[in-house]
Write a protein that binds this ligand. Structure first.
Ligand SMILES: Cc1cc2nc3c(=O)[nH]c(=O)nc-3n(C[C@H](O)[C@H](O)[C@H](O)COP(=O)(O)OP(=O)(O)OC[C@H]3O[C@@H](n4cnc5c(N)ncnc54)[C@H](O)[C@@H]3O)c2cc1C
Length: 342
């Protein structure tokens, strides 16, 4: 399919200066409106002429969506706060370093300077076929081009693939799930606060979107409760090029221990399915156990139960098993080779 990358199709550019104005504009345009944050995902869609909104609502002039604030129970991060600010904020680094580590590993410094936390958690999948404008299930068609014997599917899903095998590529999403973050959404009916894991949808629920956002909805902030402040954290991302690249797989865990016993734990992975997965069964299996290689082994095996590889992504099964194991044992990144080992 020909892709034209010269100029974007014409649209009306609207630059509100308050959330209320942005909502008003979004309501006016409905599904013909497009929310623009840092533009790193948005501009690809627009330049490739795959998405053709009538109006683009640019959030960059809305001051109330920017910045990191301390609250009575943790912190609140405005959706338009850049990934660089998230990675470098002293409070996040001190108390919630899982998030700063994950943000620091997103792409390159330039992308982190421009990309926002709201855009990072809301970005679309990078499946080649879907992004190339192929009429797949996710685009409203009746086939998955990535799930055929000759497809390029090295990066695709091993879990929860229901017709579509695309994955969610966000690095910060699993860290926010492990931190039990809450996402604040403004809808036409008012404010809605959802758990980070509840922000995402699997293809069996809605194959056309990765998040619960409907036309007109705005993610305004992300709240991190103090409950996991200062926990022992583990974040690891495996990617093709370490200078900058999307994750082939990542893992995030937060844990409190007494002596060597795991008291409280939350673990999530991303790039294994169309939504970041909280590994609740793994958490339940290791809680109360010694933090040992044996417990890590149990966790790793349990995490990949039910995984189904495609033609070229079977490597993701041992990779996920090993990353989950390390997220329990806390063994520092032993290098990519060790993580791939079967
Ligand atoms: C070359 C390259 C490499 C990358 N590598 C990585 C990587 O390794 N890891 C990683 O995690 N990410 C990676 N990214 C993604 C990047 O980090 C951005 O975070 C992401 O593309 C979107 O952020 P943005 O602020 O640019 O949002 P935009 O592109 O403007 O928006 C993304 C989507 O979210 C919607 N949206 C944005 N903000 C809101 C809001 N407040 N309310 C409602 N909807 C909203 C937009 O409508 C759009 O659909 C990469 C991107 C590029 C171009």
């Amino acid at each position: 399919m020909a892709v034209i990358r010269d100029v974007m199709p014409a649209f009306e550019l609207l630059q509100p200066s308050s959330v209320a104005d942005a909502q008003h504009l979004l309501a006016r345009y409905g599904s013909d409106g497009w929310v623009l944050a840092g533009g790193l995902d948005s501009f690809d869609w627009l330049k490739d002429r795959i998405k053709k909104p009538k109006a683009v609502i640019d959030l960059s002039g809305i001051h109330e969506l920017k910045g990191i604030r301390s609250t009575a129970d943790g912190i609140e991060i405005g959706a338009m706060t850049t990934l660089t600010e998230v990675a470098q904020n002293p409070v996040i680094k001190q108390k919630y370093s899982l998030l700063s580590q994950s943000a620091e590993l997103v792409a390159s410094p330039q992308i982190r300077n421009q990309g926002t936390i709201g855009g990072n958690v809301s970005q679309d999948t990078r499946c080649w076929y879907y992004r190339g404008g192929w009429p797949c299930y996710r685009a409203g068609g009746n086939i998955c081009y990535a799930d055929t014997p000759v497809a390029r599917n090295r990066e695709h899903a091993i879990l929860e693939a229901e017709r579509c095998v695309a994955v969610n590529p966000s690095d910060t999403a699993p860290a926010l799930i492990a931190l039990d973050a809450k996402f604040v959404i403004r809808t036409a009916k008012g404010e809605r606060v959802v758990d980070a894991e509840g922000y995402y949808v699997a293809p069996d629920r809605d194959i056309t979107r990765l998040t619960i956002l409907q036309a007109g909805d705005l993610l305004t902030a992300i709240r991190i409760p103090s409950a996991w402040a200062g926990a022992e954290f583990y974040f690891e991302k495996v990617r093709d090029r370490n200078v900058w690249d999307f994750p082939l797989l990542n893992v995030a865990s937060a844990m409190f221990t007494s002596g060597n016993t795991i008291d409280k734990i939350r673990i999530a992975v991303n790039a294994a399915a169309a939504r970041p997965l909280r590994l609740k069964k793994v958490e339940d299996a290791v809680r109360g156990k010694q933090r040992s290689a044996e417990t890590g082994e149990i966790a790793g095996k349990l995490s990949v139960q039910g995984a189904v590889p495609l033609q070229f992504n079977a490597y993701k099964i041992p990779l996920m098993r090993n990353l989950v194991k390390r997220s329990i044992t806390g063994v520092a990144n032993g290098g990519q080779e060790a993580a791939w080992a079967s």
